[in-house]
Design a protein around this ligand. Sequence first.
Ligand code: PMP
Length: 389
Amino acid sequence: MKDRTLLMIPGPIEFEPDVLQALGAPTTSHVAPEFIEIFGQALERMREVWQAPTGQPLILAGSGTLAMDVVGANLIEPGDHALVLSTGTFGDRFEDLLSRYGAAVTVIRVPAGETIDFDEVDQVLDRGDFKLMTGTHVDTSTAVRIDAKRFGELGRTHKVLTVLDGVCSVAGEEILQGEWCLDVVLTASQKAIGVPPGLALLVVSERALVAWESRTSKVTSYYADWGKWLPVMEAYEKRQPSYFGTPAVNLICALHVSLGQILAEGMDARFARHAAIGAACRAGLKALGLGQVPTNDGHAANTLSAPRYPSGISAGDLLPRVRQAGAILAGGLHDQIKSEYFRIGHMGAVKPGDLLSTIGAIEAGLRAAGHCFELGAGVAASQQVLANV
Ligand code: PMP
């Protein structure tokens, strides 16, 4: 029987066949005219997907952490004050990262499951002299979303650069980078962008570029220096060959296809699909008697869910059984609650049928693990939500 196990972790995800075909095509030269066209178009498409008409897109070989590192390397000088808003593991990562570049870091950290209170952020910004603040749009360790629009607005009001970690949100949760005044929105290819792991993607505002140009000290990372990469990105957009480090040719061809698919779906339709599937997933889990890490549905992510195990059932009892029933899920990640919950990714090419299969597989796993519930209740609740959108 064909193996149809669904990869429903929060990245990497299931990829579209056309994207994988582009990835598997014979590799061309990074300065071949047809590749220059593809690279140039990919940069232009990023601007549309990020909704950042005046932003500078960057495509680098690396993972999401490189995209974060690029921010620290280019926008922090020793002694700069930075504010980190942390709703989980990936928020905390920015504290460590920015301090390595010499930033004095203040952290607003909330307990796992809670979101950021922007009135508090407003007050902290009033009192401090911050150059930059970071926020994790969706922290993949808690499935908590922050209000990215308010985040951008506060940055603009207080004249603080805003860096949104959108690794688990770009092309899944609504982001209007230009309108919301976000200075950097970064992500990685393997999530809602829909391309296998290997690309770090950023769109940078003019304001952030001015801050970078005004540095008084040299960027200490050689590879991450915008000074090396901006001329390359500008050249490809002008359809001219350029070189600093060899680009990930096949991944960029795959990105070009995926961005085309995303734009063909339409950003609003794509956000609405993610919202419907997110709501359907939460309803299905609730009907099975499972709690969730986010303390409120209003700030629960649409790109992944973080259900809690029923009492008496552990990761080892459940996840292998769900896998046997057809869906690969992820365990907990947040240090303080790791053993208490698991994670379901539902972003990118995910379809309603994938979600229903996943909820069905969770039901099969729960039943085999001895959890008491009405068989089919989860799938029915998810169906109900999907039928009403
Ligand atoms: N930020 C967030 C919100 C993430 O989910 C991840 C990856 N799970 C990262 C940053 C780091 O990305 P990568 O694993 O691609 O380095």
